[in-house]
Each structure stands twice: as C-alpha cells, then as structure tokens.
Design a protein around this ligand. Structure first.
Ligand SMILES: Cc1cc2nc3c(=O)[nH]c(=O)nc-3n(C[C@H](O)[C@H](O)[C@H](O)COP(=O)(O)O)c2cc1C
Length: 169
C-alpha cells in the first residue's frame, strides 16, 4: 500500500514534519511531493493521500489552496488525511476548519494540526517583526505536536492493516 504526502512549505518547517512522517510510515511505502517542485502530481498509483501545509496570517499557503481547489474531485476518490502546520495554538481548530472545503473535511479520515517552527534566518525583516510583535518570540524555535504526528501515522497504519487483512481473506 502506498501513501502520497502532498505539501507546500515556505521556510522548510513543514518539509521537516512531512519527512518525519515519511520515515515513520516507511520510506518504501510513502512518497513526498512538494508542490513547489511539482504542482500537479499524479495520484494514480497511490492508495492513501495526505495533504496540507502551513498557515500564514490565518490562511493555508497559497500553493496548497490552489492545488486543493483544482483537484478536489480526484482527492475525493481516495482515503484522505488533511493537516495544517502553525504556531498559533489557540487558533489551530478554526484555522484548520477554514483551510479546507467542507467536502474534503467530511471525506477525510484524519484532520489535525502538526505544529510548526519559526526559523528566523529564513524570515525577512518584516516577518521577523510580525512574529516578535504578535507572539513575543525573538529567536528560532520548533513546536512540533508529536501526539498529532503519532495519531496520523497510527491511522495510516490502521488503513494499511485492514487493506492487508482484506487481501489475505
Ligand atoms: C509572518 C508569519 C505569519 C504567521 N501566521 C501564522 C498564523 O496565522 N497562524 C499560525 O498558526 N501560525 C502562523 N505562523 C507560523 C507558521 O505557520 C509556522 O512558522 C510554520 O511552521 C511555517 O511553515 P513552513 O516553514 O513550512 O513555511 C506564521 C509565521 C510567520 C513567519
């Protein structure tokens, strides 16, 4: 069974999180597609699709939004997990709600926010200023939600297991 993890990332935080998920699922069972490198990946050979990206100023990264709006019909044909990354924990739920259309949310077997990071070296002066004045954070920091990453990986393993059980009957 193969999983495709489709994502976007501006400063590399989401890339680190999806690579962790790929290692946990198993490199041979999971491919990654960065929409920056490949804006129209083929889903054909995959059994499970995971899609998500970071939140900036309350909104899902534009490249991920665009992919979703242009490909939602195809996404609805496979078991689907949707995720966001972000640092504003009090808004995780509402940001996740707003990031994806209703049909994808109700179709998905997993919805969650996986945390994120501030990498001050990759932010421009205005972004650094915004982060400092809104959150009070002054240096790079990571805040990964390991329990959410575990929950996603476990749910994918459950689907893989039930697929194997069906194959063996
Ligand atoms: C200018 C700026 C605005 C941000 N706005 C939000 C936000 O509205 N909500 C949130 O949860 N996180 C916000 N974040 C945190 C990012 O979602 C977080 O840094 C994420 O890990 C970035 O992912 P990336 O490195 O893959 O681009 C913001 C970060 C920056 C630099």
């Amino acid at each position: 069974m193969k999983t495709l993890l489709i994502f976007g990332s501006k400063t590399g935080g989401t890339t680190k999180i999806v690579k962790t998920i790929q290692k946990r699922i198993g490199m041979e069972n999971c491919d990654l597609v960065d929409l920056n490198d490949n804006p129209k990946p083929s889903l054909e050979i995959y059994n499970i699709i995971v899609i998500g990206g970071p939140i900036y100023a309350g909104k899902l990264l534009a490249s991920v939004q665009k992919y979703i709006s242009e490909n939602s019909r195809e996404l609805l044909t496979k078991p689907l997990a949707i995720f966001t990354c972000g640092m504003n924990e009090p808004n995780y739920q509402s940001q996740l709600e707003n990031a994806f259309p209703e049909n994808l949310k109700s179709h998905s077997f997993y919805r969650g926010t996986l945390g994120g990071e501030y990498d001050f070296e990759k932010l421009n002066w205005f972004e650094r200023f915004m982060v400092k004045s809104i959150s009070g954070i002054k240096t790079s920091m990571q805040h990964y939600k390991m329990e959410e990453i575990d929950r996603l990986v476990n749910q994918i393993s459950e689907i893989e297991k039930s697929h194997k059980d069906i194959e063996n009957t």
